[in-house]
Design a protein around this ligand. Sequence first.
Ligand code: AN7
Length: 351
Amino acid sequence: MPRPRLLERYRDLLPVTPHTPIFSLGEGDTPLVRSHRLEKEVGCGELYFKTEGCNPTGSFKDRGMVVAVAKALEAGTRALVCASTGNTSASAAAYGANRGVKVVVLVPRGNIALAKLAQALGMGAQVMPVEGNFDQALEIVRALAKRHPVTLVNSINPHRIQGQMTAAYEVVDELGDAPDYLFIPVGNAGNITAYWRGFKEYHKRGQAKQTPKMMGFQAEGAAPIVQGHVVENPQTVASAIRIGNPASWQAALAARDESEGTIEAVSDQAILEAHGLLGIWEGIFGETASAASVAGLLKLVHAGLDLSGKRVVCVITGSGLKDSEVTLDRTGELPRYPLQVTAIEAALGWA
Ligand code: AN7
């Protein structure tokens, strides 16, 4: 028997009715990987990575998308529309293609990772690069969704958030309780909102004894929540979180305050360093934006946060294959070697 996937596994916790179509591309049930080295470095009790890059399109967006698309079909939608820094468009393209629904995605021209563009195009979405940033593109698709019988599948869509709550359920199901801390990157702030609601829901149902402190991290050049105002021209190497006016701003503040957590900024340099450590120390190749959670963990620990005896989960929101160009920029050009055993040995110092 195939394993039950997200819509079936968490049916009772999702807005699934007898009329909701049930389908799957294999989303959810992603690995919770115990840290090999970073755990000792930060001195916490247990450190885990929730590796959301293992979802079918390589990011956490698939959890929310499968629910949003199922509900859109149930309601008889004509098309799915979204604005995206890339991952939402890849996910919408996949689920739209799988169900035979038209998908329209607006992306900031020149500012999305190539692999994500290829995913959307390769799965038949109508990709419309626009002269503007993510926030501006989101305004356009909001207007489209008001004027036409189509479904907005950005995280403003409550079904997206409900789907993404399943990641928190999985963490608790696997650990037997909520962790003490959850570290997570913040862009449009849908995911931090979803995790918090998920943990609260499980706590309310008695599935978890506690809820975690929510520790969110924006990139320094795209940190509206940290600065307390909209950032008109957000800039960061982590293109997925290059967002200046997050849709779930208020909900993210609620997650921070109710959980007694924090939302802070991390520099691009810190994100790139954390990305390197995650790969080299742990064997986890995350997306650049995903490393904001690890950069945040390191930043707070170096600033004196004591995590001894604590259970910590870092969400790695997407796969490093998504924006591998950033990694290659960081690692630099490689020398060439002669095709000779002795030359290779000499270069390795094995001579
Ligand atoms: C890898 O795809 O906004 O705070 O349009 O792709 O829930 O927005 C992506 C966001 C973190 C931030 N990590 O999550 C989009 C988009 C990765 C991401 C985020 C995104 P939210």
